[in-house]
Every structure is written in C-alpha cells, then in structure tokens.
Design a binder for this molecule. Structure first.
Ligand code: ZN
Length: 173
C-alpha cells in the first residue's frame, strides 16, 4: 500500500471522462487500497481515481464523522446514479484537488447508486445526507467535473487563480 500524490486543479487529467473498469482485477484492488490510504491520510471523506491521475471509474469514500465510530470504507467501481430525490440539499463542499477552498453546492438530498464491488458483485444503496453529497461529488470526478463547475464563473475563476498560485509555490518548494 502506498500514499499517492493528489492532483491539484487545474490539471487536464481532472477534466477527462474516466474509462469503465468492468471486472475488478488484482491491480484494481491494489489501486483501491492505495486510494483509501491516500484519502484517510489527506484526510478526506472521498477520493476518485482521476484525482491520482488514473482515468478509471473507481472511487472510495468514508463519511463516518462521529468521534470513535467505526470507519466504513466503501469502494465503488463503475458507479451509476439510478435515482435522485426531487428534494435538494446544500452542503459546503471542498475537494482534495482544490485545497482550502469551500463553497455551497446544491444537489439532490438523496440518491440511489449502483456499482460493482471489489469482488465483482453488483451493489446498490440509497445514500442520504453527507453520503449523498459525497457520492455525487465523487461520481462527478469520473465525468471530469469539479464542484467549482457549479459556481458562478467569477467565483470559479477566482478559485482557479488561487490554485494556479498554489501550484507555482509548490513547484518552487
Ligand atoms: Zn473532489
């Protein structure tokens, strides 16, 4: 297992539509382990493969926040939203690829998602609350979409400029 570097926006690899995985291989299982380790280390509640430069439809998440509660690591391969609630909810979102930037994003308050697990089994679950927001945010990554794409252009450009500056600083360090 290893911690992978997380790509910082703007990066063309974050804008690509990722390829389906299909039947999980040992390589995919190893990748999922790395992604979970990278997510917990960051720390974050979700991570999609394109964020570590892998253009595959794979994401990991764990939105358990209660102090002392058991972790619930989820690995979703080829996830698809099959139902979304009419009711919307707003969360202040952030992203490991857009560090220290947060903004309110409105999304369906609940979604049902189908995916393949690491053993190749078909899974399905209805997510609510933070889990619903997180899974939609991560699936967006698989389609080359970032949470700042929901913001007004001016706000988006401001955040992008801050990230360009951050990347220049990181490159010099
Ligand atoms: Zn993100």
């Amino acid at each position: 297992m290893s911690i992978r570097p997380i790509l910082i926006h703007p990066d063309p690899r974050l804008k690509k539509v990722a390829d389906p995985v299909g039947t999980p291989t040992d390589e995919i299982r190893a990748l999922a382990e790395d992604m979970l380790q990278t997510m917990y280390d960051a720390p974050g509640i979700g991570l999609a493969a394109p964020q570590i430069g892998v253009s595959s439809r794979l994401l990991v998440m764990d939105c358990v926040k209660e102090e002392g509660a058991a972790p619930r690591p989820l690995v979703l391969i080829d996830p698809v939203v099959v139902w979304a609630a009419d009711e919307l909810s707003t969360y202040e979102e952030g992203c490991l690829s857009i560090p220290e930037q947060y903004a309110d994003v409105e999304r369906p308050a609940a979604v049902e998602v189908r995916w393949t697990d690491l053993d190749g089994a078909e899974m399905s679950e209805r997510f609510e609350g933070l889990w619903a927001t997180c899974v939609q945010h991560e699936i967006d990554h698989l389609d080359g979409k970032l949470f700042i794409d929901y913001l007004k252009p001016l706000r988006r450009q401001m955040i992008t400029r801050k990230m360009q500056k951050l990347k220049r600083e990181l490159a010099r360090a």
